[in-house]
Design a protein around this ligand. Structure first.
Ligand code: NAD
Length: 359
């Protein structure tokens, strides 16, 4: 039985990247039945909605989607599609591996980490009180009564971190470690300062870790983690973090492996999982067959592992790594200089990966 997968080409350079990825996924021999659905600026222009209901319904049905990047229409009043997806499908775990492949220019060639970021809570929960608003005044009055005065000219954002949210994200990190042969999980926090939010995160993370004695567990204060990641990246494996730290450290990880064109991602929930690159739609390169499809292809590798197709995933990742290591049929961003005339296009890079896989 082929796997039914919702296929969202997206817009900008999205369709080119998505097509290249689809071809490589099919070349693994795993069978897919693609349910192609629109999202982004193009469908917004045609239908006035960048994220049609039929696209959401498809993901709810297939439970697995792969998505090219989408542009957030400026001034449309629509929420970002990615935020909508996370909220509607409760995609609470954002998984972003950062692995430095051979021959990619990076100062951190030993990097091979996986960031597991909580997606729903923390300062991103959207609980905010604008400076000068009535609700802000009420909140300040209430807090003043508790002996916690806040200046009158302050804007306020609330940072909720729950037992429920922490347990499920830390479980997701251990699950990932177990099913992907990883040996250690590190929880990052600032529990020494934020005792009741990050403190709770750390306490619950330790309890979850006790249920997984075969995986090593440790914790790091977030500032120390950042310092150590750039001095001793080889000491880190799976890292689980609350939302804000996870956002920042994910980008740090992408930088450490040579840039956004190489950074894959997955958003996983109880009901569905969505696989997509970390980068955006790079609209200035639209239709030029130019940008690097590696990040979306590696998101496809994550999808294969999510589906339990480990051998196909290893083959596909190996072929991508070999193509990059040879350095010949690669896109401009992987050449020594960006104007290198030997750079190939998105589609030819996919051909080279397929050729590697068929060897
Ligand atoms: P971007 O990631 O699209 O592009 C920034 C620059 O990074 C590009 O100009 C290009 O030089 C480089 N780049 C990005 N992807 C590349 C690739 N695959 N290969 C080679 N170079 C690459 O960021 P942006 O310009 O800030 O955002 C454009 C649009 O994308 C915005 O509307 C934004 O909201 C949206 N966006 C979407 C997603 C998503 O769909 N997941 C994520 C981030 C941003």
């Amino acid at each position: 039985m082929p796997y039914e997968v919702t296929f969202i080409p997206g817009d900008g350079t999205g369709p080119e990247l998505a097509e290249a990825t689809r071809r490589v996924l099919e070349a693994t021999g795993v069978e897919f039945s693609w349910d192609e659905q629109p999202a982004g600026e193009d469908v917004y222009r045609e239908e006035g909605n960048p994220f049609p209901e039929r696209t959401l319904e498809s993901i709810k049905r297939t439970k697995v989607g792969i998505k090219g990047p989408t542009t957030t229409p400026v001034g449309s009043g629509f929420r970002s599609i990615n935020v909508q997806l996370r909220t509607e499908l409760d995609l609470y775990a954002c998984i972003r591996p950062s692995k430095a492949y051979e021959r990619v220019r990076t100062r951190f060639p030993e990097t091979d980490i996986v960031i597991v970021r909580e997606n729903t809570e923390d300062l991103y929960a959207g609980i905010e009180f604008e400076k000068g608003s009535e609700d802000n005044a009420k909140l300040r009055e209430f807090l003043g009564g508790l002996g916690a005065p806040i200046r009158e000219d302050a804007g306020i954002s609330i940072k909720p971190i729950s037992v429920f949210g922490t347990e499920r994200i830390v479980e997701a990190a251990f699950d990932y470690a177990e099913s992907n042969g990883r040996g250690r999980v590190t929880a990052a926090h600032k529990a020494n300062i934020m005792k009741f939010s990050d403190g709770l995160f750390l306490e619950k993370a330790r309890q979850v870790a006790e249920r997984h004695p075969e995986i090593e567990f440790e914790d790091r204060i977030i500032d120390n983690l950042c310092n150590q990641l750039v001095s001793r990246p080889e000491e880190y494996d799976v890292i689980v973090l609350p939302n804000l730290y996870g956002d920042i450290v994910s980008d740090l990880g992408a930088g450490m492996i040579g840039g956004l064109g190489l950074a894959p991602g997955a958003n996983i929930g109880t009901e569905a999982a969505m696989f997509e690159a970390t980068h955006g739609s790079a609209p200035k390169y639209k239709g030029l067959n130019k940008v690097n499809p590696t990040a979306l292809m590696l998101s496809g590798v994550l999808m294969l592992r999510h589906l339990g197709e480990f051998a196909a995933a290893d083959r596909m990742e190996g072929a991508i790594a070999a193509t990059i290591a040879k350095g010949e049929k690669v896109t401009y961003d992987l050449k020594p200089t960006r104007d290198d005339p030997t750079a190939v296009g998105t589609s030819e890079f996919a051909d080279a990966v397929i050729e590697e896989m068929n060897k």
